[in-house]
Design a protein. Sequence first.
Length: 259
Amino acid sequence: MGDAQLMRYARHILLDELGIEGQERLLAASVLIVGAGGLGSPAAAYLAAAGVGRLVLADDDVVELSNLQRQILHTTARIGTAKAESGREALLAINPEIEVQALVERLDDARLLELVGDADLVLDCCDNFATRHAVNRACVALRVPLVSGAAIRYSGQVSVYDLRRDDVPCYHCLFPEADDVQELRCATTGVLGPLVGMVGSVQAAEAIKLLAGMGEPLVGRLLSVDALSMQWHAIRFRRDPGCPVCGHRAPMSAADPAR
């Protein structure tokens, strides 16, 4: 790192658990962020500020006026612009030293496999179960860590699926895919603006921990928050040995986290 980088990332470098080695890992890392909306905005902004070397921002939607109450990467001037392109502009304004790739497309299974294969870590910041499960399948297949978040009304949740390990659950273990699941959307039920900032920031923190190799990530734990009461809860869960997505991995051991 040069003098300018040492100054930019000084407050991270001062952290004993992160230090120069951890910061260099961030600079060398590539992260795929699926969704440039409420969750993707704070998550991507903090990863850009932290110096993650390459961010791939994927979203096929455009910026609308109703997004601006919570999607802080975007501005009134960029209404009608593709969210991925708007996000890229915002992230490079935060940190022009990183690489940001904007993908204005809806990712199918084949494309996800291609993109996940080029990533060190994936952030699921989307707003629908179909995409979450597709991202999970790709991460399981390629053993790439996944940080998944969700938020609706006043409730949010985050968990980490470190799929490099045989003993941890995948997203499908916790939320099995089903055709009859009722999906709530912000457009019809609403969402508190700062809530997505809280959840997206936790996603960024978990991503930094995984990339830098520090701390204890939210593996086998679901962290949830109720913003009305400002209560945080963590529940433990374990992998499903019969999971159709990840059940082919090594048998569960006694060391697996208990539900």
